[in-house]
Design a binder for this molecule. Structure first.
Ligand code: NAD
Length: 765
């Protein structure tokens, strides 16, 4: 690999687009180094901010940039030719490192560190600097000297300490590793999640300044220029492998004092300070001894706190002005430069069915019609899933299937595992997919917490990101008391209030008021938007031909179509219909077309097939165009699944619904409510016999000409749902804009086209 200008040593800086990394790269270039910056522009905060940081470096001829994720790029290639490595890339922020997000911290802060150390050792670099953190000390007593035993008190700190230990292992093998423990670094380009940044933003807006906890926490503030100077010094100082050195500014003060100081510099006289609840894992005292840094590095921090803060205030104020200029110029907020279209991830649990997945696929298609450059990833366990994903930019992750046999009673469909283990496996698959896919919108279908809570870690992981989290809810789920009890018991209400930005109900409030029926508290009811019923976007292609063929070319005649979605429990209805056919036929000559559905057990399907042979019946397992059957028929006999019912309503074909008996009450409730509204006929499944069914069919056929419901169903849900998701995606992408004075991606010379390989990007050096 190429990459060095003659005479200049080459430093690889990981995390070069970040706060400290971009300043360090500048300092190294000024000191005569060649710098290869590596950064994947993670979404821990807005990538456009990082792009702007790199843009400041890009003009320098001795700088090259590789946009790559260290977790999945060969480190040997990234480090090729390096004399030194300064490893700053990490997942920052202790407050978001709890729970499921920790896997991201392990990957980015520990596994990546080990990979880099391994490659650096093979390359015999002069020095490997590992950027650690004061947070590893945790509850140790101050002043914190390097010999204190670390006691991390949050997962982020534990991950940084694990990185130190891994570095220590390599140091013991002779790699010249130096570990720098930075203390509260501040200054221009500071991350937006950090306290000084937030104090400055509030002070410039003349808003109250918010402090987590009492404000008595003491921090040792370090100006970024000083932290960078210590790092540059550590590159060349004679240090034993594995040396650990504190890098701190020597400006300890309480967070409350810091808030007042920032406000004063920003010209916000007598600001209001608001105390928020203390954060878990926030230490009280974090003050360094810097004796070792002074003696071993010959380094002293030189920037007074007031001067450092003044520079940061000026930088943030200038960014605000730039933002306003752009707003003024365009008449609106500038959109963040987007290297890609919006990403929608859908979670749809559908073990032995098709309904949820069909609806999800329709929504995905409608979303992609609006956002042709967008991507949709659907995670579902329906065995039929892949059949429904022939849309460009839409792909499907099949989870191991589970099926529900009663409220809260799930079991694996294929794997000989207990449910808890399979749930764990599924959660990990979904979590990995979400972390890698980085959705702008997560649409969770009908269970806010996922099957038995399997989505909670995923929701937790996405919470710190800018993604919008939306629940998509078929209006009727089950009997109110069951839903309320299960949701309460399984933590669905809690998940809803904790993680969700909105709820889309695929129905109408006048038909079924979800919040009232299911006893939602007001703050959750406020999240709800009714978008109308969702129908597939397809149109019947072949109705006329199918009808003519089934009726043997005759103009007149009666065609009945019987269908039941997946068909797993449709045998009883279809069997009764075959027995009823002679009775119906005696009164009303007809032909019958049965579509059993793919999930009807084989022996049941074969039983129907055998009995149908002597009757005017055509029996199919699946058809490519079920809509044409519905459109061709004079009457549809079906169970009361959501999708079939909506298609029947959309095409205006009279329908007799015989709902599923149980375990869920959903279909009974739908059939009853829709029959009350005059939209369908229904027969109670407990009353199902060939005689009652024949009577109900004849009655429905007789009444078909005289139907005049008082209100029509609102069937425009698909378009409204897609509009809503598009809006949510824009919001997610826009939210991040607020912090940014972006450099459009196209202005960046190293924003390589996605298909450019790593070596192409590197050869720019
Ligand atoms: P930052 O988030 O601004 O920079 C880190 C950069 O690393 C980001 O640009 C990110 O996109 C990149 N990155 C993360 N994972 C990556 C991966 N797998 N592949 C490629 N790039 C990846 O953070 P910062 O404040 O500049 O901190 C830099 C380092 O200093 C971190 O290791 C942090 O733990 C440490 N540190 C910072 C402070 C502080 O006060 N800022 C204090 C103590 C320690």
């Amino acid at each position: 690999m190429t990459g060095r200008t003659a005479g200049r040593p080459l430093a690889v800086v990981t995390g070069a687009a970040g706060f400290i990394g971009s300043w360090l790269s500048e300092a190294l270039l000024a000191a005569g180094w060649h710098v290869r910056g590596v950064d994947s522009l993670t979404r821990a905060y807005d990538p456009a901010m990082k792009r702007a940081n790199v843009a400041a470096l890009a003009a320098h001829p001795a700088f090259s940039f590789v946009q790559a994720d260290l977790a999945c790029t060969a480190s040997d290639e990234l480090l090729g030719g390096a004399d030194a490595v300064i490893h700053l890339a990490a997942e920052p922020r202790s407050s978001s490192s709890w729970g499921a997000s920790f896997s991201r911290y392990i990957e980015r802060n520990v596994l990546v560190t080990e990979q880099l150390l391994d490659s650096a050792a093979a390359m015999h670099v002069w020095r490997f600097i590992y950027a650690s953190s004061a947070s590893v000390y945790g509850s140790s007593s101050v002043p914190l000297s390097e010999s204190a035993v670390p006691h991390p008190v949050n997962p982020y700190a534990a991950s940084k300490l694990a990185g130190e230990h891994v570095a220590g292992v390599h140091a013991s093998q002779g790699l010249p590793v130096v570990i720098l423990r930075y203390f509260s670094v501040y200054g221009p380009r500071q991350r937006p999640d950090m306290a000084v940044h937030q104090f400055v933003a509030a002070a410039l807006d003349r808003r109250p300044l918010t402090i987590a906890g009492s404000g008595a926490q003491v921090r040792d503030m370090t100006y970024v220029g000083d932290a960078v100077a210590a790092t540059v010094a550590a590159l060349q100082a004679p240090l034993a492998p594995g040396s650990v050195i504190n890098v701190a500014g020597g400006h300890p003060l309480t967070m409350r004092q810091l808030a007042y100081e920032v406000a004063a510099i920003a010209g916000h006289a007598s600001p209001e300070i608001i105390e928020e609840p203390a954060r878990d894992g926030d230490v009280m005292h974090c003050v360094a001894s810097t004796d070792l840094a002074r003696s071993a590095l010959g380094w002293t921090p030189v920037t007074a706190l007031s001067e450092g803060l003044r520079r940061q205030v000026e930088w943030q104020a200038e960014r605000r002005r730039e933002l306003h200029r752009q707003e003024h110029a365009t008449g609106s907020r500038p959109m963040r430069a987007q290297p890609r279209g919006p990403r929608l991830m859908i979670y749809s649990q559908d073990g032995l069915g098709l309904g949820h997945l069909r609806r999800a696929s329709s929504i995905a298609s409608a979303f992609l019609e609006r956002e042709p450059s967008g991507w949709v990833l659907t995670t579902s366990d329906s065995p039929m899933g892949t059949l429904l994903h022939d849309v460009h930019n839409h792909d499907y992750l099949k989870l191991p299937s589970i099926v529900k046999s009663g409220p809260g009673d799930w079991h694996p469909l294929s794997f000989p595992l207990d449910f808890a283990h399979l749930r764990q496996l599924r959660t990990r698959l979904i979590l990995e997919a979400a972390n890698a896919f980085e959705p702008d919108v997560l649409l969770v279908d009908h269970m806010p917490h996922g099957a038995m809570g399997e989505m909670l870690p995923v929701l937790e992981a996405l919470r710190g990101e800018s993604a919008q989290i939306i629940l998509g809810l078929r209006d009727i789920l089950d009997a109110p008391e069951i839903v309320h009890q299960r949701w309460e018991q399984e933590g669905a209400f809690e998940a809803l209030s904790r993680y969700y930005d909105g709820v889309l109900v695929y129905g109408s409030r006048e038909v079924f008021d979800v919040c009232r029926e299911y006893g939602w508290p007001q703050h959750l009811a406020d999240l709800v938007r009714y978008c109308g019923f969702i129908c597939t976007p397809q149109t019947p292609e072949d109705a006329r031909r199918i009808r003519a063929r089934r009726l043997g070319g005759a103009d007149r005649g009666t065609m009945i179509a019987a269908m039941a979605g997946g068909g797993a429990d449709a045998h009883e209805l279809m069997s009764a219909l075959l027995d009823a056919l002679a009775l119906i036929h005696a009164d009303q000559p007809c032909v019958l077309e049965i579509v059993t559905g793919p999930f009807m057990p084989d022996h049941q399907r074969l039983d129907l097939k055998r009995r149908a042979e002597s009757l005017p019946v055509r029996l199919r397992r699946m058809v490519s165009d079920p809509l044409s059957r519905v459109a061709a028929a004079d009457l549809v006999v079906a169970m009361a699944g959501y999708n079939t019912t909506m298609e029947v309503l959309r095409l205006g074909t009279p329908a007799l619904l015989v709902p599923r008996r149980g375990p869920s009450q959903e279909q009974r409730m739908r059939a009853t409510r829709f029959a009350e509204l005059g939209w369908v006929s229904q027969l109670d499944p407990d009353e199902l016999t060939p005689r009652t069914l024949a009577d109900a069919v004849l009655d429905a056929l007789a009444r078909r000409e005289h139907r005049a419901p008082a209100i029509a169903p609102d069937l425009g849900g698909l378009q409204r749902a897609a509009d809503h998701l598009q809006h949510a995606a824009n919001l997610a992408r826009h939210e991040a804009v607020f912090e940014v004075v972006g450099v459009p991606a196209s202005h960046h010379p190293h924003d390589a086209a996605p298909e450019a390989g790593l070596s192409d990007a590197l050869s720019a050096s």
